[in-house]
Design a binder for this molecule. Structure first.
Ligand code: FES
Ligand SMILES: [Fe+2]
Length: 505
């Protein structure tokens, strides 16, 4: 029997490789993988549908005043340094791995592709590093990762923000091991070199041992070449060149504004800790899932039943085909699940609503306040940042290895909102998305099962075909489908392919 969606796997030859066959989809029986190293396998796609060329909406007309670059000094990084494993990736044509309606299993299992992702995606594009409220005072800092590279977000004594590479210039130890804190300096624990909070090397033990040619001023911590902020969210790019943060965010700003305008004072604060979990599977399984409206009724069936028994409501109806909720993608890989047509947003759940609404109308006016109160959206900002207005938090997905991922979920409070309301929202996140909550563990179980299943070599493709035939494309390039359609996932992989196509690393 013909197996739909299967394609032919062939071994990569050093030369004379025939490109994938274009044309109408045809079913073909799976064939066993060719002998040879897995990372040099290549895929001949036996006729997937060709890309329809969705417009890239990566530019926008945002007010320049919303963006600023707190770090003025630029220390170019060695962007061309070799990374183990990338040579193997050059043997793989990413066009063979990502088609319009499917991606190859190697995206989840190949260590070489993981290495390439870190260099070509995470070390090039804009990556979220922290929120300004986490480093509000001089000397505040937090340590995090951009891809696999450890960085420090710090606020210097003069109030400036810096993203420093967390790597001692002596022999390479990280100089900051704490996740966050306040300090005037970072002292390396190995031989005691001391750097201030903007990265300058300010003290070296026994300096006489280095002789007259020692240039202490040249040995500051390397800085991220570019940093930028939008409404308190600090992003860094380890590439000195590329689209601006403004261009990268594009239309994501509109949705982010819709979420953040729920704060009567116009700003949120990250001050309620973090729900943190790790799972033994690929990072993309989590980012696919963040805007997957197809899975909740099945993966979270028990949680929905409990919620319906206790509270009379659940997400079952909103995540059913034809509910009126939509899945969207736009710009460079970003996307949204939009539930405002079927859910009631803040209007539906806060006893403090009259006072809250008054505060909001004071700042935004009646119409915009109504729009904000009605909003129920989930926003994904490529490559690893996610917002959920209904549970008032954002998440950061940290890839650690091809089969190891950490997720940090930060509840936030709305500046100026009634304290009881903020407390309820933080509890709501704990109820659903903590490591021992009703929702998130179901998803983690799914990720692990996918990682296990994707070890099977007899079936190569992971399908994102749902709703491809009924996508609607607006004038500004936003692609929309039913909430259960795999529209956002196709957007993610179009951008993944675009960035991975660049053979710099
Ligand atoms: S490695 Fe940092 S002082 Fe030696
Ligand atoms: Fe889920």
């Amino acid at each position: 029997m013909a197996v739909p969606y299967s394609c032919r796997l062939v071994s990569r030859r050093p030369s004379g490789y025939a490109p994938p066959v274009a044309g109408p989809r045809r079913a073909a029986k799976n064939q066993p993988a060719a002998n040879g190293p897995r990372n040099t396998e290549a895929v001949a796609a036996a006729g997937g549908p060709s890309c329809r060329g969705h417009p890239d909406t990566g530019t926008c007309g945002a007010a320049k005043a919303d963006f600023h670059s707190p770090a003025s000094e630029v220390t170019p990084l060695d962007a061309q340094s070799p990374v183990p494993g990338t040579a193997a990736v050059r043997e793989i044509d990413v066009d063979d791995l990502v088609l319009e309606d499917r991606v190859h299993r190697l995206l989840y299992t190949s260590p070489a592709l993981f290495d390439a992702e870190m260099r070509r995606i995470f070390e090039r594009t804009w990556v979220f590093v922290g929120h300004e409220s986490e480093v509000s005072q001089p000397g505040d800092y937090l340590s995090t990762l951009v891809g696999r590279q450890p960085v420090i977000l710090s606020r210097h004594a003069d109030g400036s923000l810096h993203v420093l590479l967390n790597r001692c210039m002596h022999r390479g130890a990280v100089v900051c091991r704490a996740e966050h804190g306040n300090s005037t300096a970072f002292r390396c624990m190995y031989h005691g070199w001391v750097y201030d909070t903007r990265g300058d090397l300010i003290a070296v033990p026994f300096p006489g041992g280095y002789g007259p040619g020692f240039d202490q001023a040249a040995l500051g911590l390397p800085r991220a070449p570019r940093i930028g902020t939008y409404r308190g969210f600090v992003f860094a790019s380890l590439s000195p060149a590329g689209p601006s943060l403004e261009a990268h965010l594009g239309k994501a700003r509109e949705y982010l504004d819709l979420i953040l305008d729920a704060a009567p004072e116009g700003a949120i604060a990250v001050r309620s800790g973090v729900e943190r979990y790790a799972y033994p599977a690929n990072w993309k399984l989590q980012i696919e899932n963040l805007l997957d409206g197809y899975h909740p009724n099945f993966t979270h069936q028990i949680a929905f039943e409990i919620s319906e028994r206790r509270r009379g409501v659940s997400g079952r109806k909103a995540n059913s085909e034809g509910s009126g909720a939509t899945a969207r993608t736009f710009g460079p890989g970003h996307g949204v699940l939009h539930y405002s047509a079927v859910n009631r947003g803040y209007q539906g759940r806060d006893a403090d609503q009259p006072e809250y609404r008054r505060l909001l109308e004071e700042r935004l006016g009646k119409d915009r306040a109504s729009e904000v109160l009605r909003a129920d959206i989930q926003l994904f900002v490529f490559p690893n940042l996610f917002f959920q207005s209904a549970r008032q938090h954002f998440r950061v997905v940290r890839p650690l290895a091809v089969d190891r991922t950490e997720v940090y979920a930060y509840p936030y409070t709305l500046g100026g909102a009634p304290e009881a309301m903020n407390r309820r929202q933080v509890r709501s996140l704990a109820w659903w998305a903590s490591p021992a909550a009703f929702g998130q563990p179901d998803d983690l179980e799914a990720f692990v099962r996918c990682q296990e299943g994707l070890q099977v070599t007899a079936a190569e493709w992971v399908l994102f075909a749902r709703g491809l035939h009924r996508e609607r494309i607006s004038a500004d390039g936003e692609v929309t489908g039913d909430v259960t359609d795999e529209v956002p996932q196709r957007g993610i992989y179009r951008e993944w392919k675009r960035l991975m196509h660049d053979a710099r690393g």
